[in-house]
Design a protein around this ligand. Structure first.
Ligand SMILES: [Zn+2]
Length: 199
């Protein structure tokens, strides 16, 4: 079990559970950013931490594995064992929130990552996109890294998404695309667009 030291000096045993069901309560805590809060019992501080967690849909047909941002390198070095039952892997809180939002909106995350990569490669910069919401027949994404310390917003039309969705079988035969949409880690950010020549 993990323990944390509050800045007041109190040592806190983690109250976080390693397995959680994605019910309404847990989904709300993920959305609000409070899912990994560890409150101090001696002062009024709340520690924001990240711990490896297995999330399951209420019917258990979806297994989402969360690993902390500071495990990213270990994961890419193959040092983290991923159980074959894992449907999706997310690294760090922002990816967790995004993946859940995609799912709640009934969107195909593989298609969204393809759309994200085409935006990233047009800008030839290591930017990051995070799905935000659907509004007025458009899919909105936060854009990080275009300008220092600024978060931008970009929108993709629902029509384009639906068109790509129809073409999905073609993408599933493309090795370049499979390199970032193959489960469990479905995320365009693992492609270095500064080095890639994508068409
Ligand atoms: Zn404290």
């Amino acid at each position: 079990m993990s323990s944390y030291t509050c800045s007041c000096g109190k040592i806190l045993e983690s109250p976080l559970k390693s397995t959680l069901i994605l019910d309404k309560e847990i989904s709300a805590l993920i959305n609000s950013g409070d899912i990994f809060n560890v409150p101090c019992s001696d002062c009024d501080r709340i520690l924001k931490v990240e711990e490896k967690t297995d999330f399951f849909s209420p019917s258990k047909d979806y297994h989402l594995l969360f690993i902390p941002e500071n495990s990213r390198t270990s994961f890419f070095l193959g040092k983290i064992a991923i159980d074959p039952s894992v449907d999706r892997l997310v690294i760090g809180y922002k990816e967790l929130k995004e993946k859940l939002l995609m799912r709640e909106n009934g969107l195909d995350d593989q298609i969204l990552e393809i759309l994200k990569l085409s935006y990233m490669s047009r800008h030839k910069k290591n930017i990051n996109l995070y799905f935000k919401e659907i509004q007025n027949e458009k899919l909105y994404f936060y854009v990080e890294g275009l300008k220092l310390e600024e978060i931008g917003l970009t929108a993709i039309s629902m029509d384009l998404y639906l068109q790509k969705l129809q073409e999905k079988l073609i993408y599933l035969k493309d090795d370049d695309i499979l390199s970032f949409i193959s489960p469990p880690y479905v995320n365009a950010s693992q492609i270095d667009v500064e080095d890639e020549e994508l068409n």
